[in-house]
Design a protein around this ligand. Sequence first.
Ligand code: LIP
Length: 287
Amino acid sequence: MANLAEVLDVVDDATLDALESLAHQAAAAAGDLLMHERPADNELQVATKTTPSDVVTEMDEAAEAVITSLIRTFRPEDAIVGEEGGTTAGLTAVRWVIDPLDGTVNYLYRIPCWAVSIAAQVMVDGQWRSVVGVVHSPALRSTWHARLGAGAFLDDADGRERLRVSGQTQLSQALLATGFGYDAARRAEQGRTVAHMAPRCRDLRRAGAAAVDLCWVADGRLDGYWERGIKLWDHAAAALIVAEAGGIVTDLYGGPPGSDVVIAANSGLWPDLVAELKAGDVLGSGV
Ligand code: LIP
């Protein structure tokens, strides 16, 4: 995670203000569309991607179109990485990472745990660093957001709350969340890891949207989270929110979150959580 001084060598405060405002505007616009323009179930167009259970709806694509249209209007030369639209190169030091609908299966089944996830990133020393993150869940009436160096917040019916991760450092008392991939063989391996972890923690949750799981770590509703195989757009915004709430988001070895396993917790819980995930063969390597 870059520090603010390094980022301000690349973009100024006014640009960060503009990125933050645009991220909120785009997330709200996509959320409105997802909430109010969904066709009737028998008319909703649904396709599949990597497996028959990996679905994408016309609403995923429509939400991403709304977001990218706003970005192109106000910041036409920025790069964009979108779950549905792929990557568009840019001419600036700013990149947008978009999951227009995280928790697509939940959305399809009218389960409210889904969100629009938008991160604005700045290139610092050759690395893309999240400087603004917004995870907007209109069905949960919650918007989690953060700006590098300025803290993490939850906006909901009760107003705005500054976020802090839980202080739980005992794995046996920790409420953990995870998720599963779309491939059956991968899910079998993940099930074995769950079987290892279940008797070693307080309890487990599987809510179906990584960005929301990570935000629940940031606001203390979860003590920790791990998942194997989620993508950059699932965690780019929410990882900043966790970090600004005092938590850490890493891979299995303490490095930045990558494509193998993403782990989020407070720094006191993290070592035991990682040790047990390794003991439970979280990478499914069978060793
Ligand atoms: C989802 C993730 C979730 C994971 C699901 C799925 P999608 O993303 O947010 O954590 O367990 O399998 O990958 O596909 O709804 O954008």
